[in-house]
Design a protein. Sequence first.
Length: 194
Amino acid sequence: MCRSILVQARTDASFVRETGDSRLMRVPAYFATPPAVVNDAQGYNIDTLQANLDNKVEQWNKRGSNFNIERVSRFVLSIHPYRPLHGSTFVPTPEFLANKHCLVNVQNKDEKCFVWSVLSALYTAAHDPQRLSKYKDYEHSLKVEGLTSPSKQNKSPFLKNSTPPYPSTFCPSKRVAKGSRWNIAAPDANENTT
């Protein structure tokens, strides 16, 4: 489910001006608005779109070119799903990483993936370290007051003075897996990760 979208407008235009010998000079120009986040809390303002494009044309023409817009040959409104990077529930480990046996990716169904990754680093399981049941008994051994779930990236106050192994942030690229969800995975304490 996508709660937000990114909207961006792009235009291709043709500008024209008369030269000294009464001929017309045509020049193509390309403009794009900055991406705008649209969701239930903030709608898309079409007046802002128009003002932004007008401003881009004005800035382009401000250089003393005296071109006039002849026509807009293309207008594209790009709409893309948008999910800001943040912690989430379990994301499968890409095969090329899983085959290296260098990390533990705890298979959880809640939004406490950061807590589970820290516990997997602190309490190494001899068999099946990816199973959540191996860490349930230790859940309350961490002082996580002030930590919200899902955790924001780099917002782990209790790790400031921690010692190795450090939890790592893991984000599969779009080439590896669809989407861009963040998951936290702790390096395996038995592996040399340097």
